[in-house]
Design a protein around this ligand. Structure first.
Ligand SMILES: [Zn+2]
Length: 421
């Protein structure tokens, strides 16, 4: 991805640097060749006489947001079956490019995939890195892995429809290893698995059900780690979280019903978690209009309450959380990602600073790129948002992309009102 050249000075804004430190009310950020050389109070800023100047117009200067669990290939999903048989790969690829552009326009300068159809995100990543299409810097996941009969194995055998486009259905550790080896060749970074079920499948794979055995999960981790890949998984049920942490998972998605033993393991192994929790609230609130049954809605309510409690525990005990998750359903369309932040402040009870730290630095840690992304500090890439208004005062400003003055990647303004000036 091309970076800006020369020196730029951003001034006249309140700095939230993403570390969790208190904001600097009158701040300056200086970048040279796409890298931050200064971020702090304007009074202490070094002179930059030849710099191009950007006026933050009294608004907020903050790191680009990081979607820590994005599904670029999801769009208008209202039931699980929409994920695999609705459209051909050609159309899904085009839609994914649109979703990537939308995410960037919403201030998401980086994203980690939570799984996708076919191998689209691997190639999407290449297209974005080569500036062929606009989008967040990506970590790719490709197809997912689930045990036979589990959450993702929904097509009945009589239909003679496989799950090749979306997920490897595995039976036993050997098949789990085979699936990972295919993903190794595909060029992915994160192996996404399904240790547990979900409220979406109340009959046979609800949120207290296991969808993979420990042996299958352990085989996935051994094979993935051998080839330098990381492993994560959809973990709701307590035993699924415990299995994942014991098997050596590198991240926990959701972490819904986390007991003390799981929390202790999570913290000891320094495993980050991506709750993707807002989805549960909106499923409860809007499920009826999209035809969800009362049982499914009740399951989402239980997931919402359990998940919120887990998040508060992880935050309080110093664990790492990334924000984002599962946007692309009919009731949580692409482009509404930042409502996750408002939800964490208003419903879960996080402070604005903690929420932003999770949505920037937390995501960067999950991506393994916190040395270059996630905060506005000297030496990091200039992935910066300029927001019209005081985000400390009203985090929901981030929900409306028209409030963004600039979305910068490597110092280049890619979107926002200043993009076309
Ligand atoms: Zn997901």
């Amino acid at each position: 991805m091309k970076r800006a050249t020369g020196t730029t000075r951003i001034h006249n804004g309140k700095l939230i640097d993403g570390t969790g430190a208190p904001p600097a009310p009158d701040a300056t950020v200086i970048l040279t060749d796409g890298t931050i050389t200064y971020a702090g109070p304007s009074l202490l800023a070094p002179a930059a006489p030849d710099a191009r100047v950007i006026d933050a117009q009294g608004g907020t200067i903050m790191p680009g947001l990081i979607e820590a669990h994005i599904h670029l290939t999801y769009f208008n999903v209202t039931e699980l079956q929409d994920l695999d048989i609705k459209y051909p790969v050609e159309y899904v690829t085009l839609q994914s490019a649109v979703n990537a552009k939308t995410a960037l326009e919403c201030g998401y300068t980086s994203a980690r995939s939570g799984g996708c159809l076919h191998n689209i995100d691997v190639w999407m990543k290449k297209a974005i890195e080569e500036d062929m299409i606009p989008g967040p810097r990506l970590s790719a996941s490709g197809r997912e892995i689930c045990g036979a009969g589990g959450l993702m194995d929904w097509n009945p055998d009589y239909r003679k429809i496989g799950m090749e486009g979306i997920v490897f259905i595995v039976n036993g550790p050997d098949e789990a290893r085979t699936a990972v080896r295919k993903l190794v060749k595909d060029g992915i970074e994160w192996v996404k698995t399904y240790p547990t079920g979900d409220a979406a499948s109340p009959d046979i794979n609800d949120h207290h059900t296991l969808c993979m055995t420990f042996d299958e999960m352990h085989a996935v981790v051994q094979t993935a780690h051998n080839h330098g890949l990381k492993v994560t998984g959809h973990c709701r049920a307590t035993e699924g979280i415990r299995n994942a942490l014991r098997a050596g998972y590198d991240c926990i998605e959701h972490g819904t019903f986390m007991d003390d033993e799981c929390l202790e393991l999570l913290l000891r192994r320094k495993v980050p978690m991506c709750p993707g929790l807002g989805f549960e609230l909106w499923s409860v609130q809007r499920g009826k209009e999209f035809g969800l049954s009362q049982r499914v809605i009740d399951g989402h309510q239980e997931t919402l309450e359990g998940g919120a409690e887990s998040c508060r525990k992880v935050l309080k005990t110093g664990g790492t959380l990334g924000l984002g998750g599962d946007y692309g359903f009919g009731w949580t369309p692409h482009g509404t990602y930042a409502q996750e932040l408002t939800f964490f402040v208003n419903y879960v009870g996080f402070s604005v600073l903690d929420t932003i730290r999770c949505a920037t630095l937390g995501g960067a840690k999950i991506m393994g790129r916190d040395h270059e992304l996630g905060t506005l500090e000297r030496g990091k890439l200039a992935d910066i948002l300029l927001v019209d208004g005081d985000v400390m005062n009203d985090i929901s400003l981030l929900e409306n992309r028209h409030n963004l003055l600039a979305v910068m990647q490597g110092g280049v303004i890619k979107a926002g009102r200043l993009a076309h000036v």
